[in-house]
Design a protein around this ligand. Structure first.
Ligand SMILES: Cc1cc2nc3c(=O)[nH]c(=O)nc-3n(C[C@H](O)[C@H](O)[C@H](O)COP(=O)(O)OP(=O)(O)OC[C@H]3O[C@@H](n4cnc5c(N)ncnc54)[C@H](O)[C@@H]3O)c2cc1C
Length: 457
């Protein structure tokens, strides 16, 4: 049995930084990783997808070049091998950096293999037994494969395998009209595939406000993406040219035939083969590790950070989990998950930047609201760039004058949202931002204007 001061399971977005802080505080740490260092974000999530979104954007702009007075005499072609290799290179650089950082970290022992709990203080990796009084679980999640009829009779793609494609699919059917699915849908449409999005719910990205969903649907349809929402009885079957996706039992064409199908219907935590029951660690009905506001599990000495605790589903929330745990354990701070202002982006083009409540959530809260909206057609920078799709919306609590939430769907929306996010984090009235002097010409410069034109909602 090898003894350590701490064991970290999973080298995702929280684990390596945590190992760095713990070893820096003089602890011996065993860092266990079963597959690729850097986890989902680096290898099969944020980094390769945003790299490929950039390739898709280049193709899109090249096709629109004449709108800008730029003459390209032949239509652009996509070299999918180069697109794929570029994304793989970006991932590999980051992965290798994390791996060599961990290997060179004084006090850190890197162990490759699948970790399983034997008890609340003992973890097995193959035939090794490791023990520690502190164990940090950072095992992340994976694509959830739905039990659609026929799913095992077809070959389907996930967010991992789609990154390996060396040619553009003739017709990609994306099952799942939410964050992951829509990024791939638009990207492959821009690479030249015919694309159909099949979504069970009545609208795309149903967690967002209806006006946001509608605008996103418009953006995608304008690029020729077919949408089949309200697809309540999805099933899959093989056909000569690929996969047939049955979408509806009642109306519309009953099925869509594609050469490839991507399943993007959600994620599940990697907690099912971790021996959590032997450690006594409680999970919820969907397998997420139950944690308190400081990310401690139901067992003293065991913490869960990142996607596996169900308290966030993003790289920045996983990283913030590390900061919370390290701050509380090593710096005598009292940081809590509930202090976090929610924020994220959807990386279609133009992107959606989001923070705080949706309008629907704000209305449901019963507060009296002030709401401002502005179409991107009235944002100078968007006009100048020739990218005027989308709109911005901000919701303010009329009584406290605090911003409750905002959506910026438009060019630069993923960056511009931070002005609002920062004001929310600062905990000051919206008037601070309304009266600020922004830089011209930017998308952000219209946020003070937006806040100066609020009306009761
Ligand atoms: C297609 C896609 C695009 C995304 N885009 C974005 C984005 O743009 N922005 C954003 O913020 N988020 C994005 N995300 C989400 C983001 O990738 C995750 O939220 C983030 O990676 C979570 O980090 P984590 O540390 O919790 O887990 P992970 O990064 O998943 O890391 C977990 C690690 O644990 C290892 N592991 C698991 N089980 C064991 C075990 N038993 N023993 C040893 N090791 C184990 C895994 O191999 C893995 O390396 C995206 C996700 C996907 C799928």
């Amino acid at each position: 049995m090898a003894s350590f001061d701490a064991i970290v399971i999973g080298a995702g977005q929280a684990g390596p930084s945590l190992a760095n802080r713990l070893t820096g505080a003089g602890m011996s740490v065993a860092m266990i990783e079963r597959h690729l260092f850097g986890g989902t974000c680096v290898n099969t999530g944020c980094m390769p997808t945003k790299t490929m979104v950039a390739s898709a954007y280049a193709a899109h702009v090249a096709r629109r070049a004449q709108d800008y007075g730029v003459v390209i005499d032949t239509p652009p072609r996509i070299d999918m091998n180069k697109v794929r290799d570029r994304a793989a290179r970006v991932s590999a650089n980051s992965r290798n950096g994390i791996e060599s950082w961990l290997h060179g970290m004084p006090g850190c022992t890197v162990i490759k293999g699948h970790a399983r709990f034997e008890s609340s203080t003992v973890v097995n990796v193959d035939d090794q037994r490791l023990e520690a009084p502190r164990i940090f679980i950072n095992v992340g999640g994976r694509a959830s494969i739905p039990d659609f009829p026929g799913v095992n009779e077809v070959s389907y793609l996930t967010n991992t395998s789609i990154l390996q494609l060396g040619s553009v699919p003739e017709h990609l059917v994306v099952v799942g009209g939410s964050y992951v699915g829509l990024e791939f849908a638009q990207m492959f449409r821009r690479f030249g595939a015919q694309v159909t999005v099949v979504e069970k719910g009545p609208r795309l990205v149903s967690r967002e406000d209806e006006d946001v969903s509608t605008a996103i649907a418009g953006i995608l349809q304008a690029e020729g993406i077919a949408l089949r929402t309200g697809a309540e009885c999805i099933s899959l079957a093989p056909h000569a040219g690929g996969v047939e996706v049955h979408v509806d039992c009642r109306e519309g064409s009953p099925s869509v035939r594609g050469s490839h199908v991507l399943l993007a219907v959600g994620r599940r935590p990697n907690t099912d083969d971790l021996g959590l029951d032997r450690a006594g660690v409680a999970v919820d009905s969907r397998g997420y590790i139950v944690v308190n506001d400081e990310l401690q599990s139901s067992v003293s000495g065991i913490w869960a950070v990142g996607d596996c605790n169900g308290r966030g589903a993003f790289t920045h929330t996983a990283y913030n989990d590390y900061e919370i745990v390290a701050g509380n354990l090593l710096d005598g701070r009292h940081r809590r998950v509930s202090d976090r202002v929610p924020a994220y982006a959807l990386y279609i083009d133009p992107p959606l930047g989001r923070t705080g409540m949706t309008e629907a959530q704000a209305r449901a809260s019963g507060k009296s609201l002030l709401i401002g909206t502005r179409p991107m057609t009235r944002v100078g920078r968007a006009i100048e760039k020739g990218e005027t799709q989308g709109f911005m919306k901000v919701i303010v609590d009329a009584q406290t004058q605090r911003i409750l939430g905002a959506s910026i769907l438009g060019t630069g929306g993923d960056e511009a949202i931070h002005g609002i996010l920062d004001i929310m984090n600062a905990g000051v009235a919206y008037t601070t931002l309304r009266d600020a002097v922004p830089i011209h010409p930017t998308v952000s410069e219209l946020i003070p204007t937006l806040l100066g034109e609020l009306s009761p909602g």
